[in-house]
Design a binder for this molecule. Sequence first.
Ligand code: GDP
Ligand code: IMO
Ligand code: MG
Length: 444
Amino acid sequence: MPSIVIVGAQWGDEGKGKITDLLAEEADVIVRFQGGNNAGHTIVRGDEVYKLHLMPSGILYPGKLCIIGNGVVIDPKVLTEEITELGSGRGVDVSHLRISANAHLIMPYHKLLDQEGEARLGKLQIGTTKRGIGPCYADKASRLGIRVQDLLDEKILRQKIYAALEPKRQLLRPYEKDPILDLHSMVEEYRSLGHRLEPYIADTPPLIWDALDRGCNVVFEGAQGTLLDIDHGTYPFVTSSNPVAGSATIGSGVGPKDIDQVWGVTKAYATRVGAGPFASELDDELGDRLREAGGEYGTTTGRARRTGWLDLVALRYAVRINGLTALCVTKLDVLSGLGPLQVATRYRGPEGATFDQFPYHQSILHKATAEYEQVPGWDEDISDIRKFGDLPEAARDYLRYIEDFLKVPIVLIGVGPARDQVIRIENSAAWSGREGDRAEQQLV
Ligand code: GDP
Ligand code: IMO
Ligand code: MG
């Protein structure tokens, strides 16, 4: 396995954590490259459920280098809690974690600004996770950010916090007397968090270069999803980073030539948390059934996720934006017993025009409705199936349909939350009979 970028191909929560954990078994280095603790990546191992927010999803394997890259925004309080909870709390060896000294820090005022910003937007709010992600990336771009390395020098830390706070005084006026914003105690708190994180802080790009030079396997673990990308997503209903594959290079310090493969993760249907356009949304009883069957409640905020049919127009876009070389389809098991399935194959705009490609213009995108092809569903419980050939015919046809539409091979199929509830496909072309009946030719 060479270097692989794992990205969400929809609106997040596609199952990236599970796929990364699976690939991590054969990897040497696992790197988070963007986002922050707005992410919630679930790994299920036997009876144990791990919900990771900042930790790369390779942390459960002892000895594998896990890197939080420069592109991630780190709330040091959340990170130290995650280290303690996994380490002393659950006996996970976290000594192989490394944190980029150049990553930016989420500060108490970023969280307040996130809350305030949403409150001020009223009905127009984005539905952020209120973790301070947007204001932190804004400070990074304004060159007012505080970085991990600043934690190690009290004088620099104080100066930088002071400089960052000054221009925000007006916005933070309601919190003027809040002890949370007291410069002295903030410096104290962050210094003490810095001491706790110091053993893990490193110049991380050379660690990745060295691994690549030695021919090691590197997995770059994306957070959020393509349609939440600040440049390519459904702006302004997006996050403040670039969850797309290109960002793996910038957010970790390697070049594009260092990436061999890009795997997109999609659910067998669609979900979205927070506001924004969702053309294939099921705002009805069927959508509720899908939510219950799929346990569609946010890993980070517990919010009910909006649900809908698989949107191939949006996925086709994700294929191009990320340059996907393979697709992982998760949660196929959730569709069992749902009756006939719909897949969105094009959009109809407010003035009647049809769109085969994802519309760039907000006036169209926000009002577009999905047009569907109906395909047969299946009733069987598929959660114990481990071979493609053993899936009900309708399930196989559903996957073939997706593969043929997107022209990207499906390599992994999720049939349940547990690690082993997966079907690995070595040669996905086998499904469409293009190379004869080789459906039995599967990895592991
Ligand atoms: P991530 O943010 O992309 O890592 O995804 P989340 O962890 O937020 O949400 C995915 C949810 O689906 C988690 O609860 C996973 O345990 C669960 N999950 C992942 N793959 C499958 C699958 O194939 N079937 C089922 N039923 N659940 C899955
Ligand atoms: P993972 O990595 C799903 C959504 C929020 C909101 C928008 C902006 O688990 O897939 P933010 O707090 O980032 O400013 O919120 O983005 N969002 C996610 N939705 N999965 C995530 O991460 C998300 N991270 C942010 O709900 O709509
Ligand atoms: Mg998630």
